[in-house]
Design a protein around this ligand. Structure first.
Ligand code: KE4
Length: 412
């Protein structure tokens, strides 16, 4: 396997060294094949909001397996999961289940273009939406021009209909709509960004996004693959009170199984084949095992919402990490929304890719490895968010802070 991994994000490229091979997870902990125990702050990059081996999910999956693993035909469970998503996410009236966040964003982009008959999609520097060709792009020479490929294999033809703007830059956004308004099919963003580290949108930015897309007939897509069900049961859109036209979901919604969702306004979703003409399909979409896990997860979030406790644990960790860095005399700032947060090795404020990219990534790498040696597993890149689960205890948080303080003192 290239690099010995099945996803580039877990290859430790940003911190050097070899990725750790794990054997099992239990609650807030991971155990590697050598038997070392770690407090886990990746949580499979978001899904494990109740921690590893959450009993309702394990029981649901075991029961589903005994009924068969895949039929390639409709099941009741898909409808149950659809109803749980629609009930939880305010703007979503209709959904299509897929197998990953990438598939969700890829399908949402195609749907927005099919629905509007337009070509241009706007994304933002520092936002990641999965390995969709048309979104693996970087800003063109002058930011207002169309994008250029950001990976070998992505063609100029693919990237020419994508524009990359700066996150939280209302002026640049208004300029793009002024110039290209009636050609813009969609704007896609992480409404709470995790992929340049945790970065929050300003109220003005969200308001501008909603009014400019509304006025021009472009589709506003909230990519809530990471922040959906994470920052609130209704996701960032319920936190900020902004209603997008389409929403993409992944990670938590599948309870750790391969499952993504794209959904939104019925008038748009009705254009998806076979109701409409926009092609979309998938052998394992709505898979019985994945939907069983997703139903158990969403029922748990509804019946025993973890958000208040996660808020307390996350604030405790954020304050503790900041104090540890401050006491070590290390320039830093912390951004946090709910139980996703990032300690930036940068005096801040970190509000977009331009400011995030100024981080001391060498210092981050020493911090990462210092914590690994002390049994704490943080995201292996400065440009990721860490996640706290409801399985973490105050003792875990305080131990993490103590280990971080030791590490930061030793690397300052
Ligand atoms: P997946 O295809 O990896 O399920 O989802 C893609 C995706 C879409 N949108 C957002 C906002 C995302 O964060 C992601 C995936 N996130 C990365 C971590 N930042 C997943 C880790 C990985 O690729 O291994």
């Amino acid at each position: 396997m290239p690099g010995g991994v099945n996803s580039a994000a877990r290859a430790f490229g940003a911190v050097g060294g070899e990725p750790i091979v794990f054997e099992r997870g239990d609650g807030a902990y991971l155990f590697d094949i050598d038997g070392n125990k770690y407090i886990d702050y990746i949580g499979s990059w978001g899904p494990m909001i109740f921690g590893h081996q959450w009993p309702p999910i394990s029981e649901a999956v075991h029961a589903a397996v005994d009924r068969g693993t895949s039929f390639g035909a409709p099941t009741v469970a898909e409808n149950e999961l659809a109803e749980l998503v629609i009930e939880a996410v305010p703007s979503v009236e209709m959904v299509r289940l897929v197998n990953s966040g990438t598939e969700a964003t890829m399908s949402a982009i195609r749907l927005a273009r099919g629905f509007t008959g337009r070509d241009i999609v706007i994304k933002f520097a520092g936002n990641y939406h999965g390995h969709v060709d048309s979104l693996l792009v970087a800003a063109g020479s002058a930011a207002a021009t169309l994008a250029v490929p950001d990976s070998p294999g992505v063609t100029a033809g693919t990237s020419q209909d994508t524009m990359v703007l700066n996150y939280n830059d209302c002026e640049m956004l208004a300029g793009a709509f002024k110039t290209h308004g009636d050609r813009i099919a969609a704007v896609i963003l992480e409404p709470v960004c995790g992929n340049m580290g945790c970065v929050t949108p300003t109220k003005e930015f969200l308001t501008a996004l909603r009014s400019l897309t509304q006025d021009s007939g472009a589709v506003l897509i909230f990519d809530e693959v990471m922040c959906g069900f994470r920052v609130a049961r209704g996701g960032a859109q319920s936190l900020f009170g902004i209603s997008p036209d389409l929403t993409t979901l992944g990670k938590i919604v599948g309870g750790g199984l391969p499952l993504g969702v794209f959904g939104g306004k019925r008038e748009i979703m009705q254009h998806v084949l076979p109701a409409g003409k926009v092609f979309q399909a998938g052998t394992l979409s709505g898979n019985p095992i994945a939907t069983a896990a997703g139903i158990a997860m969403l029922r748990s979030l509804k019946e025993m919402p973890p958000y208040e406790r996660l808020e307390q644990l996350a604030e405790r960790l954020a304050v503790g990490l900041s104090k540890a860095a401050g006491d070590a005399g290390i320039e830093h700032c912390v951004n946090r929304v709910g139980s996703m947060l990032t300690l930036f090795f940068n005096p801040g404020p970190v509000t977009d890719w331009e400011s995030a990219s100024k981080c001391d990534t060498k210092m981050f790498s020493k911090y990462f490895w210092g914590l690994i040696e002390r049994g704490v597993y943080m995201p292996c890149s400065q440009f990721e968010a860490l996640f706290i689960s409801n399985a973490h205890t105050e003792e875990d948080i305080d131990h993490t802070i103590a280990m971080a303080a030791e590490t930061l003192k030793s690397i300052a």
